[in-house]
Ligand binder design. Structure first.
Ligand SMILES: NC(=O)c1ccc[n+]([C@@H]2O[C@H](COP(=O)([O-])OP(=O)(O)OC[C@H]3O[C@@H](n4cnc5c(N)ncnc54)[C@H](O)[C@@H]3O)[C@@H](O)[C@H]2O)c1
Length: 440
């Protein structure tokens, strides 16, 4: 089938490339011409493991192409995916300006029947809004149907999540369109990767409900972790003990410094706002968000207990992206912590395997040294904060770290290490929801 994917960010580029990989002809569109020029040269705007090879292969076999010309892409395609950004507005509602603009373009340029599919995360009712905009802007008579096909991929694991999804959700009020969408996905549908057909509005709600549930699980375990710390219990044991219950499940029970990224924070807030518009108060989600905001600062509380005054002290940070295997720093706990450390006069030495540059651009001229390896980041430091669970932070040379640091305090925001490292290496070790081990 001939597909256009409009918006070539994390979701659009992965979606377009994977559809090409399973045999469709795909044109990826972006309004950012420099992004398109770079993609044509094989240079990707994002880091996603395995994506570069897939883009190269499918471009070479001519199933995947890139353009900034939305008119051409709309004219040539039977199915048009919207994968543009829906960032939060000031009041946290999803900003639908890019969605509206693409819908208007479809109205302007469509010359034959189209299926218009929303992959962007959009509030319930947006499918109807898109239909209205297309109708208002249509120049020639053509038929179209609207689909909601929410995306559940995880950055860092996006290709596998697309090709081997837990489920494919397709919402449409048109039966024939549902059947075409199933055919589109046929190469990846089987018993383990089922196709779920719903009405349009239910699919729109499914995406927000899924993210809100996962965010709730994270805030829940963090709340229990903070209680464990006070009650002298160990959150790792507690998480194992509850997670083995199949009704609960082990995933998303790792206590830490809160969720970040481009989806959970914005989607939880947007759902709360959409609730208000429908006269519904999400009391639970208000609490989820509050717990998460507090959790991002929990390492700072520990740091200020060690040093009531941190002006002039060097503080090391390992991990800047909101999670490993991505360069995405949107709503990352690191950003909140760096801001607070700088406000309090600390000097920062930071290292991330791929996100140093983007954080550097966010804090121009600030007192941050971006190190080229984890050890360089610890030189002369009074405390090391571990913020992201990158694999390279899992088995470091603690003896070397201790030598490099001025004072050996490790504050592990992801519970990457076992508390026994403290006595083994004569390091003071602080983590989340477990006993802090102070050696000296
Ligand atoms: N990133 C994720 O992990 C993820 C997962 C699931 C769903 N989503 C949702 O998918 C959507 C896209 O997210 P993303 O992370 O890929 O965003 P992104 O910011 O990385 O990419 C969006 C792209 O759309 C382009 N764009 C904006 N307006 C355009 C227009 N009018 N015409 C053509 N291109 C336009 C931008 O230039 C950008 O390249 C959002 O709604 C997001 O909530 C994201």
């Amino acid at each position: 089938m001939n597909i256009a994917v409009i918006g070539t960010g994390y979701v659009g580029l992965v979606t377009g490339t994977c559809f090409a990989e399973i045999g469709h002809n795909v044109i990826c569109v972006d309004k950012d011409k420099s992004k398109i020029d770079n993609l044509k040269k094989g240079s990707l705007p994002i880091y996603e493991p395995g994506l570069e090879e897939l883009v190269a292969r499918n471009t070479k076999n001519s199933r995947l192409s890139f353009t900034a010309d939305i008119k051409k892409a709309i004219e040539k395609s039977e199915i048009i995916f919207l994968a543009v950004g829906t960032p939060p507005e000031k009041d946290y509602k999803a900003d639908l300006s890019a969605v509206r603009s693409v819908a208007a373009s479809i109205g302007h340029y469509a010359n034959s029947n189209k299926i218009v599919v929303t992959k962007s995360t959009v509030p319930v009712g947006t499918g109807d809004l898109i239909a209205d905009i297309i109708k208002k802007n249509s120049k020639k008579p053509f038929q179209f149907s609207i689909v909601s096909n929410p995306e559940f991929l995880r950055e860092g694991n996006a290709i596998q999540d697309f090709l081997e999804p837990d489920r494919i959700v397709v919402g449409t009020d048109d039966k024939k369109t549902g059947a075409i969408m199933k055919e589109l996905y046929l190469p990846i549908i089987d018993d383990e990767h089922p196709f779920i057909l719903t009405d349009l509005r239910s699919a729109e709600v499914i995406k927000y409900a899924a993210n809100a549930f996962l965010a709730t699980k994270i805030s829940f375990i963090n709340e229990i972790a903070n209680f464990c710390q006070k009650a002298n219990a160990d959150i790792s044991e507690v998480a194992k003990g509850i997670g083995l219950d199949k009704r609960i499940g082990r995933k998303f029970l790792n206590a830490g410094i809160g969720y970040g990224g481009s989806c959970f924070p914005k989607d939880v807030r947007a759902l709360i706002q959409t609730g208000k518009e429908h006269g519904h108060s999400f009391h639970l989600l208000d609490a989820v968000e509050k717990v998460n905001d507090l959790q991002k600062e929990i390492l700072l509380e520990k740091l200020f207990k060690i040093y009531p005054e941190i002006t002039g002290k060097t503080i090391s940070i390992w991990g800047l992206s909101f999670k490993p295997n991505t360069d995405d720093i949107r709503e990352a706990p690191s950003i909140v912590l760096i801001r607070k450390l700088l406000e309090n006069g600390a000097k920062i030495r930071a290292f991330d395997p791929i996100s140093n540059e983007s954080v550097k651009q966010k804090f121009p001229g600030e007192n941050i040294h971006f190190a080229s390896n984890p050890y360089e980041a610890t030189e002369g430091s009074s405390a090391l904060l571990i913020l992201t669970e990158w694999d390279e932070f899992r088995s470091p040379d603690f003896a070397k770290i201790k030598k490099l640091m001025k004072e050996p305090h490790i504050l592990d925001g992801r519970n990457l290490h076992h508390p026994s490292i403290a006595s083994k290496h004569q390091i003071n070790y602080y983590s989340i929801g477990r006993k802090d081990i102070i050696i000296s």
